[in-house]
Design a protein around this ligand. Sequence first.
Ligand SMILES: [Fe+2]
Ligand SMILES: [Fe+2]
Length: 468
Amino acid sequence: MESKGEIDLQKHAKDIVNNLAVIFRSAQIHDAANVAVVSSINKFTPMVNRLIKAEGAISIELVGEYFFVNGSRVKFPSEYIVSFEFLANEFTNRGLGSITFSDSIDVNDMQTLVKTFITSISAPEPLEALMEGMQNSERITLGKIRIQKDDEDVEVDARMAVKKTYFNAVSFTKGVMKKMSSGEKVNVKRAKRVVQSMVDQLLGEHELLLGMTAIKDYDDYTYHHSVNVSILSIALGQKLGFPRKMLLDLGLAALFHDIGKLDIPPEVLNKPAELSEEEWGTIKRHPFWGVKAILDIRGIDRSSITAAIVAFEHHIHHDNTGYPKRQTAAERDLFSKIVSIVDQYDGMTSARVYSRTPLTPDRALKLMLSRAGSQLDPILMKFYINLIGVYPTGSLVMLNTKELGLVYGSTDMPNRPKVLVIMDSNGQKVDGYLVDLSRKTKDGRYPRAILRTMDPNKYRINLAEYML
Ligand SMILES: [Fe+2]
Ligand SMILES: [Fe+2]
């Protein structure tokens, strides 16, 4: 029965808007008590009341140039165009954004509305006059026109800011490493500012910046990797309840964890084939070189000195395996434990020059979970899984509707994230539309669910293209 109400709403929304326009229009020519007005009111009220029964309330809202009835946009046939435009104008001229009918209405309610609506236009403040005229009505409420940006604009702005922060951090890291390898001194102040903007964005728009870490650049691997590790470490620190100052230090240490790689000859670092034992030996020295490079940074202070410790310890495992080899199994710094988890994750999920195919996020997590207690700190690993979720951002998923999409953000339900659909059920590429899998339809069903995760490499899908 309820689903019938929903179909009714879709079908009748255009008639409701059209009828309301007709009522106001004839009331402009005649007056509210005129036969023509009353007869159109008599057509309107039963229609609205029937839908209120099914929907609880009916709200007619003008957003931009479109009408929405209970949140869904009203599509109307061309013969209604004149009356829709008329009504939109009348709303706009009064600053009126919405009319909501929250209980069954009768002819009197409507006549009050019509009278107030018509007379309000000659008042100095039409909306105020309208609201005042309707304040005794319990069944009809009016809303102001929304002049602020709609959700889409706000979303676009937030994404732009996040994109800027992310790429700013990447180009900064690139710049620092290039400068240092040519012997130039760099200052920690700028690095701190870069980390600061990441911390602040994570404290605000959590999801968006985390989502950016799904971007793994093949050519600029080290720079993207440094930024990704920094973002994910800060997010993990946030999960652990670190105060802001501590997040800044953690983010800085994470950003510089691989800075020692600038001393690895590029032909070894970017070798497209299996490394020789000697070449591995060189790679394994980057923790030492990292310490050296960090201590060389101008303005480094007591708090940011942890960066040197992290650079040194990030390949030492929980069970003291890994490298560099140490005489005694001294406990690693908490920041090192965090960075080593995030470092493994980002490494595993990235395509590298030596062309090992990257793991899908869920497979990487599975493998890492099997290392919890040996290579990785088991407790932090639990927090990390919790952070990344069952379906990490950037996972390619097949839905039960046969649509293919990318996990775009989390919801309150770990197995029902937000998904950006990139291929429709016919296998056709689409522009990308966002669906929230945690959202039910009015009849309490979930219209979509994740069937399984897919390997993006098989589909030659460029994540970056969609995340940006
Ligand atoms: Fe490293
Ligand atoms: Fe690393």
